[in-house]
Design a protein around this ligand. Structure first.
Ligand code: C2E
Ligand code: MG
Ligand code: MG
Ligand code: MG
Length: 285
């Protein structure tokens, strides 16, 4: 793989002829294309948000959704967030793009409210560099005010990577967000730099149990044990658990039995455009 090849090219020092492998060349070209394209993606209106429901595992009711960014460059096929978000983080483009996602998701939520939809929560993914900006909290407050949304309607999802190097600004941002009433969600729980101490040091509201614990659940006694333990800790700490990547009714049933509160996954719906999601939260007319 190209990342591994890049690593070897770098670590082999002066033997830089290794740099020019065809796959590395392709990697560099793709990377440059993403970087250049990202600079104009917003103004060219190539970005869209899809919404995926978060469902109460007991009742099946939709209680929230997650905003997931989609990029459809004018030329070439769509590029998945796992490929362009890291580039956006490295180039700083995550700041304008991330603010656009927050603003657009909140605008959409307020519009559904105005149309009489069920009152749901909006979860938005936020990258670590965004939390390092001292202006971030003010910007979130301004967005909520602009769309006249109560702060508790917004949930900010961060991954465990925030704890890799939790500098003073990150701590302050997370504390100010929770003081403001915004909900904090720990995404992909169990896959990163897991340490239970940060559950103590930060006031999370939601734990998202990573898909890797869910996919084999029906066959893996270990995964069942882990999910049961995570749910039990979460309940004792008054955290809500959301299981990610639920694809079967069997997984839903087991997760519900293990004490997990909410779920998200293809079983309920893939991430879908706002126009489709709207039908899921609008009362039947
Ligand atoms: P995530 O926040 O953990 O989002 C969950 C991912 O799992 C999404 O991938 C979603 O489409 C996928 N997924 C949901 N249900 C299922 C399922 O049942 N089965 C399977 N196999 N997958 C499922 P997606 O949309 O490609 O996003 C990938 C990642 O990109 C996200 O992971 C998140 O870390 C990042 N991302 C997406 N949008 C944003 C954004 O606006 N800002 C930032 N900073 N990151 C974002
Ligand atoms: Mg997420
Ligand atoms: Mg996740
Ligand atoms: Mg993820």
């Amino acid at each position: 793989n190209a990342d591994a090849a890049m690593y070897h090219a770098k670590s082999s020092g002066r033997n830089n002829f290794q740099f020019f492998t065809p796959e590395l060349n392709q990697w560099v070209t793709d990377r440059l294309r993403i970087e250049n394209g990202l600079r104009h993606a917003l103004e060219r209106e190539e970005m869209q948000i899809h919404y995926q429901p978060q469902v109460d595992l007991g009742s099946g009711r939709i209680v929230g959704c997650e905003a997931l960014l989609r990029w459809y460059p004018a030329e070439g096929g769509p590029i998945p967030p796992d490929r362009f978000i890291p580039v956006a983080e490295e180039t700083g483009l995550i700041h304008p793009i991330g603010l656009w996602v927050l603003d657009e998701a909140c605008r959409q939520l307020a519009q559904w409210d105005a149309e009489g939809a069920a009152e749901i929560r909006m979860a938005v993914n936020v990258a670590v560099p965004q939390l390092r900006r001292h202006t971030f909290v003010e910007q979130v407050a301004a967005i909520l005010a602009r769309h006249r949304l109560a702060s508790g309607r917004l949930e900010i999802e961060v991954t465990e990577s925030v704890f890799l190097d939790p500098d003073a600004q990150i701590r302050e941002t997370l504390h100010n967000l929770t003081d403001m009433g915004v909900k904090l969600s720990l995404d992909d729980f169990g896959t990163g730099y897991s340490s239970l101490s940060y559950l103590k040091n930060f006031r999370f509201d939601v734990l998202k149990i990573d898909r890797s614990f869910v996919s084999e659940l029906a066959r893996s006694h270990d995964d069942m044990t882990l999910v049961r333990a995570i749910s039990s800790i979460a309940r004792d700490m008054s955290l809500i658990t959301v299981a990610e990547g639920i694809e079967s009714e069997e997984q839903q049933r087991i997760l519900n039995e293990l004490g997990c509160n909410l779920g998200q996954g293809y079983l309920f719906s893939r991430p879908i455009p706002a126009s489709e999601f709207r039908r899921l939260v609008m009362p039947a007319s």
